[in-house]
Design a protein around this ligand. Structure first.
Ligand SMILES: Nc1ncnc2c1ncn2[C@@H]1O[C@H](COP(=O)(O)OP(=O)(O)OP(=O)(O)O)[C@@H](O)[C@H]1O
Ligand SMILES: [Mg+2]
Length: 347
């Protein structure tokens, strides 16, 4: 039973996400019970550019956002009269994309006299681990603090210590490419499709991960990552192999590259978890969809680990609603004159 409303009806958040190339909306009840989640992906539009084209992204958000929000309400069998707050991604992300979601959220909040909650996109990725598969009969236990979050996405690779809800201490992050970015760039190098993560994972399935010994930048003495070295090593290897005139061993290259990234992420996260004596581990962001990464973390028995269900790893609004819920509970609502923050750091 909700403690947030005097009439004891469940507390529901409508959330909107438009930070990059997904337009998404979701309705979440009591912080963890997902009533709907709609994601309109723009991958087809950006594939020809091999990455996200910002102006194309914002224009597409404008075209679909009304329908996406409407569908999220319909699928939840709700109208705005059943909603208690509006959460929206405020940043980081592409300014032109963020503005579309923000203006939609402000319009809805103003029109329905609802509180507005601006949410950090990285915090949303972290809170995606509070979501659970629809088929679960009841909510499983939530992550416990202190926890260590490995956030690996298209634009970020961060190790974040959380002593409590909304309390983030950034231990380190990538000094160059993000893990997802490395997957995307290496996929392009190997002639695989965009986005690169799923393409590399598929190719790696039949490859030998020990075929090539790509370097792992350990960044000793820090909690930082660096992925540009492995990317360059793959490039050199590809150039050498091309000289032979034979077809590239794509599967082996993909498997060896993936293993190199997964090993570094796993080793560094485990070392930090031990050092900071955390209770739980959390892995989130688009790269947490990677099966090999999920397997190494779920196979270790030292720390209970929370990884979002596959469909909530990449951008979605369910995770915005989950983070928005905890912001609301902690009294963090925003006024209708807030601006988007394209470079908003987590802590
Ligand atoms: N199975 C997978 N294996 C590895 N990487 C993956 C997989 N699935 C998706 N990715 C990668 O995840 C990234 C997309 O994740 P996400 O949507 O969280 O990024 P983003 O929102 O663009 O970046 P950010 O969250 O940092 O702003 C892409 O780089 C994609 O290649
Ligand atoms: Mg993201």
């Amino acid at each position: 039973m909700s403690l947030l409303k005097k009439n004891f009806l469940p507390f529901r958040i409508l959330a909107i996400e438009s930070s990059c190339d997904e337009t998404a909306a979701a309705v979440l009840e009591e912080g963890r019970i997902l009533l709907s989640s709609v994601v309109a992906s723009q991958i087809d539009l950006h594939q020809q550019y091999g990455g996200v084209f910002p102006e194309v992204a914002s224009r597409q958000h404008i075209r679909v956002i009304y329908d996406v929000v409407d569908q999220a309400l319909q699928q939840a069998h709700m109208s705005l009269a059943n909603i208690d707050a509006i959460a929206v991604t405020r940043g980081p992300g592409l300014a032109g994309s963020l503005v579309v979601g923000m203006n939609m959220a402000k319009g809805v909040a103003l029109g329905s006299a609802l509180p507005l909650i601006g949410v950090n996109h990285l915090e949303s990725h972290i809170y995606s681990a509070w979501l659970y598969p629809e088929e679960a009969p009841k909510p499983p236990p939530a992550p416990e603090f202190p926890l260590l979050a490995l956030l690996v996405s298209g634009g970020h690779s961060e190790l974040v210590l959380m002593s409590d809800h909304l309390t983030y201490q950034r231990l380190g992050g990538t000094l160059d490419d993000a893990a997802g970015e490395a997957f995307d760039k290496v996929a392009r190098l190997l002639g695989l499709s965009y986005p690169g993560g799923p393409a590399i994972q598929n190719a790696a399935q039949t490859g030998n991960s020990k075929a090539y010994n790509f370097p792992q930048s350990k960044m000793e003495g820090t909690w930082n990552f660096s992925f540009s070295g492995v990317k360059t090593a793959v490039l050199r290897q590809v150039r050498d192999l091309e000289k032979s005139g034979r077809p590239l061993p794509i599967f082996d290259l993909a498997a060896s590259f993936q293993a190199s990234i997964v090993d570094v992420l796993f080793d560094k996260t485990m070392a930090a978890a031990r050092e900071f004596k955390v209770k739980n581990l959390l892995v989130a962001g688009g790269v947490s969809a990677n099966q090999s990464l999920r397997d190494v973390f779920t196979s270790q028995k030292e720390f209970p680990v929370f990884i979002p269900p596959l469909k909530y790893c990449t951008d979605n609004a369910a995770m915005v609603a989950a983070a928005g819920y905890y912001r609301f509970v902690h009294g963090k609502t925003d006024s209708l004159d807030i601006d988007v923050l394209p470079n908003w750091p987590l802590s």
